[in-house]
Design a protein around this ligand. Structure first.
Ligand SMILES: [Fe+2]
Length: 181
């Protein structure tokens, strides 16, 4: 792995602010817990790296898009494009990036039937629902989070992700004031 290129991408995520860097690391950490339990069929390193870089496409977002509640059609287009934009940024900055990682970044909201992508998508939702956000006053309830994860992953995956997240302590997530369960 070209370590310095990967580190450059990580630096981009952290420099963007808006909690983007800690969100990505939190997802990476939860993925680490899940792959201890579940065989994904791909190298662990690829899935963890993709998890840590999954929201790279948000580094190009304008500030207010991270927090606004009322979204215009343009806002929605920008948001919907971030998985593909993230892939393009990774390709540019890290030309040797394995295709598996690029594909995971691109599909992290639409994983289809591919187990590694389902794990990433479900972990992303769990973490996103557990982090404080400027545009909401309280966390979604557990049932809502479960339902959201079931939209992107098989029930077995969702159960394992939920279990892996709950077996951590109160300090599981960086920058998270609230802890689910
Ligand atoms: Fe995303």
């Amino acid at each position: 792995m070209s370590t310095y290129r990967y580190q450059r991408l990580l630096t981009m995520l952290y420099r963007r602010g808006q909690g983007l860097g800690s969100h990505c690391l939190n997802v990476g950490y939860l993925v680490c817990r899940v792959i201890d339990i579940l065989d994904t069929g791909i190298p662990h390193q690829d899935l963890i790296t993709a998890a840590v870089l999954h929201d790279l496409g948000k580094v190009a977002w304008p500030d207010d898009l991270f927090t606004k509640n009322l979204l215009s059609a343009t806002d929605r287009d920008i948001m919907a494009a971030h998985p593909l934009v993230g892939r393009r940024i990774a390709e540019q900055v890290w030309p040797e990036c394995p295709e598996t990682i690029l594909h995971l970044i691109e599909t992290h909201h639409n994983p289809g039937n591919w187990l590694p992508a389902q794990i990433l998508a479900a972990c992303d939702i769990w973490v996103a629902c557990s982090e404080p956000r400027a545009n909401r006053t309280k966390l979604p309830d557990d049932e809502t989070v479960y339902r959201e994860m079931c939209k992107v992953a098989a029930e077995k995956v969702v159960d394992i992700v939920s279990k892996a997240a709950r077996t951590q302590g109160q300090h599981f997530f960086l920058g998270t004031q609230d802890y689910r369960g």
